[in-house]
Design a protein around this ligand. Structure first.
Ligand SMILES: Cc1cc2nc3c(=O)[nH]c(=O)nc-3n(C[C@H](O)[C@H](O)[C@H](O)COP(=O)(O)OP(=O)(O)OC[C@H]3O[C@@H](n4cnc5c(N)ncnc54)[C@H](O)[C@@H]3O)c2cc1C
Ligand SMILES: *[C@@H]1O[C@H](CO)[C@@H](O)[C@H](O)[C@H]1NC(C)=O
Ligand SMILES: *[C@@H]1O[C@H](CO)[C@@H](O)[C@H](O)[C@H]1NC(C)=O
Ligand SMILES: *[C@@H]1O[C@H](CO)[C@@H](O)[C@H](O)[C@H]1NC(C)=O
Length: 606
């Protein structure tokens, strides 16, 4: 019966990914009857790292439970330029925020990955470690030097296999090769080909060098992210590198690892008491639409890696949260942990486009079906062509100049002088989330992003039904500091694009909303009317100082164990005490790599 299940699963799987063996189970009834040492909830960035590292020792049995499917080799996931097709697809949880008071009452989409690989299978693939000051601030607020920049650098290298681009060009002017790991599970690189805007971006760094200096590697070992540099991505050989592809796909033949997909963990179960604390080694799970409920216990630990939106929901449904909130829903409080779901931090973005004097931009993929079909052919024949290009060949990380006035009298929310306040992502095509998508043309688009926000949002529950979406309040622009930072970022972008390098390229600003945003007040109104999320939700179950308790002291100890419990950890973006001034996937991989060592250090089997 078990054999048949394994066979069925491997037949199913061989359709999706021909090389894989078994280990992926499509439903709970197929699971072999085994005693698990560790049960991991969520197969995204955090969960995939742990599933891999904890199962490195063959005597340790690991179960990974993922709500989404195992279709991480779907074409729309693999092809970098198809990232837009993943929004509101089977791979998206389809969340929406509540009305955002800082965004004129708009609700915005809040995409999250719902597939093995989690959000790394649907994200924009930008790869950034965060700054030296970001990590040193983690060390400071947790009192744990293990989170300092110098301590995490070995993990940043361990996770990474930085490879050269597909065209074999000399990249010594694009990256500091020695700052990177070259043998880890996750392949990363610089963009596969140069594009026509590259020289203009780079010439801007010499023409306006004081505001926009060149930085050879914003992921360099110095930890100084500031400046304009070649972007790095979790793309290699023209193909998305998700956590599933990097950390799970190569180990599907491990007999001691079981991966259960299409299955939602609905509750953490208290299995006993130890030294007066509740032990949480049990999990309850089921499949959507099925009334069958399954329960399993782990002999060592349960690890929650459901991401910054679903992790706090699961904790609350399990009696771990603010007792006032829990009692409103009739949930018995087992651990009164007031910070669960509070402190949500995320990065708001605005896109602004220009029409350009060229017929050769990435827009042709959107507007010319014949060209798009040819490019798909190229990609399928050997991963060449434009479909393997990322959203940007360069990124800028910038601090507010003191002349902007924004920092005067305000508390600077950034982690320190190596952390940016705002970011530009420079795209060789039209991208827009609000407004009307043009029917044709050639464009240049800047994402301006507030990366050290002062605003805070929250995640809470709307009911005790685990299949109901949590209540998401991004809190965008509830702090004046953030809307002013966005305003300054847009003004800074206009200075950038007025450099001589853009003179015969940019024709004009595009769209009345952008064109008419001229005074400070108008630019702020433009930002409130058009901001969206870059999907970096963080800090909803944050770590604090080990042993401290009460409101503001965090949900986790600095070793990521849940305060007030035994046998339970959280290892995902929820754990960051502050959102890094970076795209968040690499910081989660780094956090999870260290978490694996922390878990191993207390189990003599390793
Ligand atoms: C659209 C988008 C674009 C992004 N762009 C970038 C980018 O360019 N660069 C970058 O660095 N970062 C980017 N990010 C953010 C980055 O992907 C995340 O920070 C990172 O993946 C978070 O890792 P995680 O482990 O916390 O959660 P996730 O990777 O989201 O994994 C959580 C997993 O848990 C599963 N799960 C949730 N609840 C349950 C449950 N109850 N039972 C079982 N399974 C469950 C989910 O299905 C998911 O697979 C983006 C994110 C999105 C959504
Ligand atoms: C999200 O919405 C899309 C479009 O309605 C749907 O096809 C998809 O199944 C939904 N995702 C999930 C996880 O339900
Ligand atoms: C960039 O600068 C180089 C070197 O000065 C010059 O040759 C090139 O034409 C410039 N490119 C653009 C687009 O300005
Ligand atoms: C457009 O670009 C061409 C070169 O490709 C240049 O000769 C021409 O002057 C540009 N036009 C404008 C309006 O800048």
């Amino acid at each position: 019966m078990i054999m048949w299940a394994a066979l069925k699963s491997s037949i199913l799987l061989s359709v999706l990914c021909p090389v894989a063996l078994a280990a992926i189970w499509q439903s709970p009834s197929q699971l072999p009857s085994k005693k698990y040492d560790y049960i991991i909830i969520g197969g995204g960035a955090g969960g995939s790292v742990l599933a891999n590292r904890l199962s490195e020792t063959s005597s340790v049995n690991v179960l990974l439970i993922e709500a989404g499917s195992s279709d991480y080799k779907n074409l729309n996931i693999e092809v970098p330029q198809y990232v837009g097709r993943l929004i509101r697809s089977q791979f998206d949880w389809n969340f929406t925020t509540v009305a955002q008071s800082g965004l004129n009452g708009r609700s915005i989409l809040y995409e999250r990955g719902h597939v093995l690989g989690g959000s790394t299978a649907v994200n924009f693939m930008a790869y950034c470690r965060g700054s030296k000051d970001d990590w040193n601030r983690f060390a400071k607020v947790t009192g744990d030097q293990g989170w300092s920049w110098n301590s995490i650098l070995p993990y940043a290298k361990k996770m990474e296999n930085f490879v050269g681009p597909i065209d074999g060009r000399d990249i010594s002017n694009e990256v500091d090769w020695n700052s990177h790991g070259h043998t880890g599970p996750l392949r990363t690189s610089v963009p596969m080909y140069p594009i026509s805007t590259d020289s203009r971006v780079l010439n801007t760094t010499s023409q306006l060098s004081s505001e926009f200096p060149f930085n050879l590697d914003y992921n360099g070992v110095s930890g100084n992210t500031l400046g304009v540099g070649w972007a790095q991505f979790s793309i290699a050989n023209g193909e998305r590198q998700s956590a599933a592809l990097g950390y799970l796909d190569p180990i599907l033949d491990r007999r001691n690892l079981d991966i259960l997909v299409n299955t939602h963990v609905t509750q953490l179960i208290q299995t006993g008491t130890s030294s007066g604390k509740p032990v949480f080694r049990g999990v309850q799970f089921s499949q959507p639409g099925s009334s069958q409920v399954f329960k399993l216990t782990a002999s060592q630990e349960v690890i929650v890696s459901a991401g910054a939106v679903k992790t706090p929901q699961l904790l609350m449904l399990s009696g771990i949260g603010d007792s006032t909130t829990l009692s409103k829903f009739g949930i018995k409080t087992i651990v009164n942990s007031p910070d669960v779901g509070k402190n949500l931090q995320d990065h708001p973005l605005v896109t602004s486009s220009f029409t350009v004097n060229s017929t050769n931009t990435l827009d042709n993929l959107n507007f010319d079906p014949t060209f798009a079909a040819q490019q798909l052919q190229l990609w399928q024949n050997g991963h060449t062509g434009q479909l393997g290009l990322p959203a940007a060949n360069q990124i800028a990380w910038l601090r507010l100049p003191s002349s902007s006035g924004v920092l005067q009298g305000a508390q600077d929310p950034s982690a320190g002088p190596t952390s940016a306040h705002h970011e530009f992502i420079i795209t060789d095509a039209y991208i827009g989330f609000t407004g009307q998508f043009p029917a044709g043309g050639n464009f240049l688009t800047f994402f301006t992003v507030v990366v050290s926000p002062a605003s805070r949002g929250s995640i809470t529950i709307q009911s005790t039904n685990p299949f109901d979406a949590p209540v998401i309040d991004a809190g965008f622009f509830t702090s004046e500091f953030d809307v002013q930072t966005m305003r300054e970022s847009i003004k800074s972008m206009r200075r950038f694009t007025s450099a001589p390098a853009w003179k015969d390229w940019i024709i004009s600003e595009y769209g009345d909303d952008f064109i008419n945003a001229q005074t400070d007040a108008q630019i702020e109104a433009y930002a409130r009317a058009s901001a969206e999320t870059i999907n970096h939700a963080s800090s909803t179950a944050a770590m604090g100082k080990t042993g401290s308790s009460g409101s503001g002291s965090g949900v986790l100890n600095s070793d990521l164990t849940v305060k007030g419990t035994v046998g339970l950890r959280v290892v995902d973006a929820s754990a960051f005490p502050f959102i890094p001034a970076a795209h968040t996937q690499a910081p989660v991989y780094i956090l999870a790599e260290r978490a694996a060592d922390l878990i191993k250090s207390v189990n003599p089997v390793y």
